[in-house]
Design a protein around this ligand. Structure first.
Ligand SMILES: Nc1ncnc2c1ncn2[C@@H]1O[C@H](COP(=O)(O)OP(=O)(O)O)[C@@H](O)[C@H]1O
Ligand SMILES: [Mg+2]
Length: 390
């Protein structure tokens, strides 16, 4: 009998789908996309594309009919539509239930809190009185967050006073945004743990990643993270427990805060994640390949780093007049960083690519990744390198 290539359908066609498609090639896995627009990053490089909105039932069905398993590049899908696909016998990984949890920060706090995972103090906010009560119990400043739809810090507001909070609530009311409040933790650093799980139960976790965020957006990744072995093992245990508890299938990132030496769960993302981009060159199996293996129920690969230090820097767009792609030649000539462009126009603050360096020490990896990034941007980024410059 002729061999039938496994086919993975991806809802969404951004950089994550693009890098998944890249990882699918050597394993001869076919990828079909549901792209909102033919110019989307992944639609530029994948031949099999269904054009349609991710919340269009017909488009979703057209995708599902063409593949063995449906997976995701983003969380902007209606879990009820996914549940319909599941009911019709389509494989959807992560499941509609995992996707529903990932879309809703209130629900994550509730379910993960009930399960006993460590969390910052938090409360649902439906009126200013809820903020006043939370502020009285935990003090200001506080963090207000959109329960749904936020990313890269859009949907996260710091409030020093009740008046600040009122302004955020007014804005949220105008847009129909549902909010929650959290205590603002003083952060030692932030971590992410990537863990992959197959339907048959096999689990594989990557070493904890230090994620350096500035203004709510991830700028830099560092492996190994500057934490103790004990804390790292605890974070890995929590991420693995969450994956098992929610019946995760695929790769999932769990974001953590470390505050005064203590670990707190921030949020989870049930898909390849920005915090895992270092794995393309920096780990034995990239997160994208690992995700494909997991959703197809194939054996998972080694998660060991390929060097003693791995650093990844996100390329943030500065505007159309400073497109880093124009300096590709200079960057390739001058430095050792591995360059990834996502096929996106460089609007300010938009992630348009990343650079990874693998070296004998983390310091050297950071220096190499920064040198390549500086060449691509033509200068040190406008906002400087990260606050805790080393
Ligand atoms: N409770 C908190 N205490 C301190 N910093 C926070 C808190 N919540 C969010 N932040 C900061 O804001 C960033 C973005 O928040 P997050 O909830 O992860 O939103 P997003 O969905 O945009 O990633 C975090 O990575 C962290 O730097
Ligand atoms: Mg986050």
């Amino acid at each position: 009998m002729t061999y039938k290539r496994p086919t993975v359908g991806i809802v969404g066609a951004g950089q994550l789908a693009r890098m998944m498609a890249q990882a699918a090639i050597p394993l001869d896995i076919r990828v079909v996309l549901l792209a909102a627009d033919p110019t989307d990053g992944a639609a530029q490089v994948v031949p099999d594309v269904v054009i349609g909105a991710p919340d269009d039932p017909q488009a979703l069905r057209a995708l599902a009919d063409r593949c063995d398993v449906v997976t995701f590049d983003h969380e902007l899908v209606d879990p009820a539509l996914l549940a319909e696909l599941e009911a019709d016998g389509h494989r959807v990984y992560p499941t509609s239930t995992s996707m529903a949890l990932a879309q809703d920060k209130r629900r994550q706090r509730l379910e993960l809190g009930e399960a006993g995972f460590p969390m910052p103090a938090h409360a649902n906010v439906d009126a200013l009185a809820d903020v006043a009560e939370f502020g009285a119990a935990h003090g200001f400043p506080i963090v207000l967050k959109a329960s749904r739809g936020g990313y890269d810090g859009r949907g996260v507001w710091m409030a020093d006073t009740i008046e600040d909070a009122e302004r955020v609530l007014d804005g949220a009311q105008a847009t129909g945004t549902v909010l929650l409040a959290e205590q603002l933790l003083p952060l030692d650093l932030e971590l992410a743990v990537l863990v992959a799980r197959r339907p048959s139960g096999q689990v594989a976790a990557y070493p904890p990643i230090e994620t350096v965020q500035q203004d709510g957006i991830c700028r830099e990744l560092r492996v190994p993270a500057a934490i103790s072995v004990t804390l790292g093992a605890y974070a890995t245990r929590i991420a693995t427990d969450i994956a098992e508890q929610i019946g995760m299938v695929g790769i999932m990132a769990v974001e953590f805060f470390v505050s005064r030496g203590e670990l707190y769960v921030n949020e989870l993302a049930p898909r390849p994640h920005n915090s895992g981009h270092w794995t393309i060159e920096g780990a034995a199996t990239s997160q994208f390949e690992q995700h494909l293996r997991a959703v197809l129920d194939l054996p998972l690969g080694s998660t060991l780093p390929t060097g003693d230090g791995v650093a990844t820097i996100n390329l943030l767009g500065e505007g159309a007049d400073n497109d880093p792609r124009r300096r590709l030649g200079d960057a390739l000539a001058a430095s050792d960083g591995h360059i990834h462009f996502y096929g996106k126009e460089p609007r300010p603050g938009r992630k348009v690519g990343h650079v990874t360096a693998v070296a004998d020490t983390l310091e050297v990896a950071i220096a190499q990744a920064r040198a390549t990034t500086e060449t691509l941007l033509g200068a040190v980024p406008a906002e400087g390198w990260t606050r805790d410059d080393r």
